[in-house]
Write a protein that binds this ligand. Sequence first.
Ligand SMILES: [Zn+2]
Length: 434
Amino acid sequence: MVRVLRMMGKNAGNLPGLALWTLNKKCLKAFRPDCPIIAVTGTNGKTSVTNFLSYIFSKSGCKNIITNYEGNNLDTGICSLLLNYCTMTGKIHADYLVLEVDESHVPVIFSQLKLETLIVLNFFRDQLDRNGEVETLILKVKKFCETFDGNLILNGDDPNVARLGLANPGNKKVKYFSVERYKYATETLYEAGEGRFCPVCGHALEYDYYQYSHIGKFRCPKCGYGNYPVYARFTGIDPDKRTFTADGGKYTTVCSSIYYMYNLCAVYSAAKLYGIDKEIIRKAFRSFRVNNGRLESFRYKNSELILNLAKNPVGANMTVRIMNECPGKKELLFVLNDNTADGLDVSWIWDINFSIFNNVSKVVASGTRAYDIAVRIKCSGYDASKIKVRPDLDDAVKELFSGEGKKFAIANYTAVQPARAALNRFIGGVRDEK
Ligand SMILES: [Zn+2]
């Protein structure tokens, strides 16, 4: 079967993988990779971390890295990817397989493929109609971790992720990463958060501070949950100079938002685990951009625009915060679609904290649900006369660039590539790549 699909597999997109998966849900067992498999999962940041890590491995002299760059991260997507690279007998030759994997697909995929390292970034509420409640999702991954004895790299500042480290007491390869309190951390939670109760004993968690959402320094006053030995910690984060320190070395980065720092810390932890040269990591941190609608920068004449994908309130809140932390007047484009892949329910926009808008002189609403986002922002108390509704993306981009301030754009899942295309059409090929 693999052989037949392998032959039709090239350039056939997701179809052979889908066919194979439909015929046999155990088909991944037929693939025999001869290299370590590293998987990245979590609600936000999977694509960025996977791309970043693949880039660092490639710079360290590995020529042959197989990865799902475009975030084709469900079982059928992984199946298609492997079909593209396997021999007629299912063998896969590479230096590393670096895979972005949807949280709910981790157990089924890696019950069939031998995973060496699992990186878990965070758990937030996301596309409820597909994944169900976030707790159900965490329990799925936890169940997998109960028998997993490979490297487990966990965000130690997310209580929902850190708890996975307790799932298999026999696993001595659990490693936590953490980011030291940064300038804009808060003492109280003011964004939608999930992790307010101790996953061990159920007591309310206490926080010293919140970095963003429920990510921060937490502990349980009853059972002591929250005290881990940290494998990699970023300290001395300077958002203005875009610098930080890790293991005594100083690093510069292209973006200093706290959300980006956590992604980078996950990348750093994995690179450290695999013994990547610090100079290679330093160079990559200083220059590499994912440029796929993830904190992507566009330039038109004298103005700069930052575009960020947001599939959930946490992603959108992060962009709102990055915007607020930027001095001067700002203008925001919000593109909201409700296609199948977005989840038809757009009620998550009501969990975005627009009331913290700081010096935002204009909002342009676009996408198939342009009016919903306009109403949502108006209801947060924002001056309705400063909201322009332009469902057509080209009109929206034109409207945005008619103003003077620094530009930001938020787009949800199916909106992000059309938004990039519209921006590139408007700019006419003049891009700020690096
Ligand atoms: Zn507890």
